[in-house]
Design a protein around this ligand. Structure first.
Ligand code: AMP
Length: 192
């Protein structure tokens, strides 16, 4: 069993690295942002609720997000492990994750934080907006708001896992493969 959180500001490369980790370690990849986007594309009630918050760069309320995550995890009870991408983003989400994993007799092994400065993030997101087609990637004010939300509501979660000795910081600058290698080095140091 290997349960990981890929962590870091928007545009730090979490999705890209999560896909590589998913393949290498045979994990179930849960990206709450991707799930919300596909719910929006389907026009579901959940998607409609989430889209108002996402469009402003705000967080979707905890009860909605946690309920969605619970459903997704319980559909994968057979998983050899999970990689959580974009979750948890608040303290209540981190606590909910602990208890959901506890129900499956599992726990988080590591939180891997990709460290990238704000200006680099804005540049990257604006660049990717052409291919991502994401409305929240197009407007610099929304991007900066997402970064602000990250700093105030999400970044403190690093300390929550650090207190458990499970938080690891990896520089998120450089090539995709170099960053991936650094993440794998951390995993080999904790996963025996
Ligand atoms: P992401 O794809 O992870 O950058 O997420 C895009 C947007 O989806 C965020 O700006 C939030 O509006 C929403 N979102 C994704 N994950 C969460 C979460 N764990 N809690 C609340 N909102 C979320």
């Amino acid at each position: 069993m290997l349960n990981l959180i890929i962590f870091g500001p928007p545009g730090s490369g979490k999705g890209t690295q999560a896909e590589k980790l998913e393949k290498k370690f045979n994990l179930v990849h849960i990206s709450t942002g991707d799930i919300f986007r596909s719910e929006i594309a389907e026009g579901s009630e959940l998607g409609i609720r989430a889209s108002a918050f996402m469009a402003k760069g705000e967080l979707v309320p905890d009860e909605v997000t946690i309920g969605m995550l619970r459903k997704k995890m319980m559909a994968h009870k057979e998983a050899e492990g999970f990689i959580f991408d974009g979750f948890p983003r608040t303290d209540p989400q981190a606590e909910a994750l602990e208890s959901l994993l506890g129900m499956l007799d599992q726990q988080i092994d590591a939180l891997l934080m990709l460290d990238v400065p704000e200006d680099e993030i804005v540049k990257r997101i604006v660049l990717r907006s052409a291919e991502s087609g994401r409305a929240d990637d197009r407007d610099e004010t929304i991007i900066r708001n997402r970064f602000q939300v990250y700093q105030t509501q999400t970044e403190p979660i690093y300390a929550y896992y650090d207190a458990k000795g499970k938080a690891h910081k990896v520089p998120g600058m450089g090539s995709i493969d170099d960053i991936f290698q650094k993440l794998c080095d951390v995993i080999s140091s904790i996963h025996v």
